[in-house]
Write a protein that binds this ligand. Sequence first.
Ligand code: GTP
Ligand code: MG
Length: 197
Amino acid sequence: MQITKAEFKCSSERISQVPKDDLKDIAFIGRSNVGKSSLINMLTARTGLAKVSGTPGKTRLINHFRINDAWYLVDLPGYGYARTSKTQRSEFSKLITDYVIKCEKMHFLFVLADIRLEPQKIDLRFIEMLGENGIPFGIIFTKADKLSKTQREKSVERFRTALAQQWEELPPMFVSSSEKAVGREEILDFIGECLRQ
Ligand code: GTP
Ligand code: MG
């Protein structure tokens, strides 16, 4: 799929504020700092479309980017932060769970995981929650430029093994680098397929 037009549409702090049209959402989630916003910029080839930061917790709202006037790329706040906040009892914020579980626009969700890390408990628990709620999702490993090809394969295999303990069928998986534009075509083609369903 080619992206010919990409524009910021809106930021929402509640799901009642997300766009009311019938365009489908393809959303990106994962731990803070995993590279969600960078990936959105890489996929759209627009530097600075989504705000990137070295400090975790940069994206705090649900950000909709309208693509080709046909669908939305959605940048979600990172999870894995809630545990440090006294006012936040749940591990995943209400904003995230409301959006993922209740929002009808949400068509497909990519869970991002840093390729350098062992499967993180919080990611596995989030994925389990997706399964329990029947949410269609895939996994994108980020920051592949930080590892050699052999190390990348090892890392993906490790994740596959962790998931195989929970799941009979594994979700689609992609390896990406926003620095080196790795995985761009593959992910965009997958999104194209996804939108046709
Ligand atoms: P929050 O919005 O805070 O949840 O973070 P995020 O997941 O949107 O991460 P963001 O895209 O802001 O990137 C976090 C940091 O990782 C930044 O310093 C990026 O430059 C860096 N980063 C993101 N993707 C890559 C990548 O593919 N390779 C490398 N080497 N660094 C990356
Ligand atoms: Mg972000």
